[in-house]
Design a protein around this ligand. Sequence first.
Ligand code: TYM
Length: 331
Amino acid sequence: MMTSRVLSGVQPTGNLHLGNYLGAIKQWVDIQGSYECLFCIVDLHAITVPQDPKYLTESTLDTAAAYIACGIDPETSVIFNQSRIAGHCELAWILGTMTPLGWLNRMTQFKEKAGKHKDQSGLGLYGYPVLMAADILLYHATHVPVGEDQKQHLELTRDIAGAFNRQYDREYFTLPEPLIAGPATRVMSLRDGTKKMSKSDESEYSRIHLSDDSDTIAKKFKKAKSDMHEGITHDPDNRPEATNLINIYAAITGKTHEQVCQEVESMGFSQFKTLLSDAVIEHLGPITTTYRQLTDDKAYLQSLLDKGAENAAALAEKNIKQIKEIVGFVV
Ligand code: TYM
């Protein structure tokens, strides 16, 4: 039987936020016992927009610390940084030769990131989804747990895998399945319920960081945008802010939307925000404490990434050799 293998990753571009946690990392923790797991820190993706080298190094180690603090077990899951394994770039080049520009032109994330300055954007930013496909296919991952914003990139990964199989006339790559699960697959900004919670939002008040202390979390929820309706209801079209807070509360407490709606329907925003912020503070407290301890231990984090790179390389080198042989390279 084929191994069910998970691969997922986060960019080391700053403090992780509640969206990264509820949309992705919390799902990883929940499934890590059921799959063989590889969790990557995608530093090659990070440099598709300019990065300060010192900050990138620090952020890579901090992201490894966050994975462990959130509950990833480094004894059973492989934690590694992408740039250590040459196969990611090699496979991205091969896959790039069979990815039509028309497919890349559809990617909404590129359109959002490049904005009006498309012609000034780098090739790396444009080819970003091909590298992501390479991350997944290099390890023959069968399942990819991500937040909803990555769905289009996963569909493209499946298309690219199919293009490779057709070109070389064999069912070499299995098409990976996205795992987009939980009540908060798209966590929205606390300042605007129609915008995704994101690292790049100018306002610190738009997001909760995993490193925020209790007072900061309470303050951010207090200032979170509300609306003029009575009670608290789940109504994505008309009440995006209330809906977002309900989704966050459900994901943090493990309750269903229905249970939460019953619990909070007669509350006002102020009472609900206090309930929510207390639950988030309680849940994130131990994560933040462990995170702070681990980020102080750079030697441990470095050794963890050394070991992760060794384990990832064992799989990647075998697969890239096979892929090169299929392509016809002399290896
Ligand atoms: P990145 O670094 O933007 O985000 C990491 C993970 O967090 C999820 N996420 C969210 N989920 C819910 N609500 C939000 N507001 C929110 N913001 C972020 C993302 O969906 C993602 O799962 N391209 C990827 C990284 C990547 C990758 C891969 C992922 C590179 N190679 C291979 C899976 C497999 C990205 O930029 O994620």
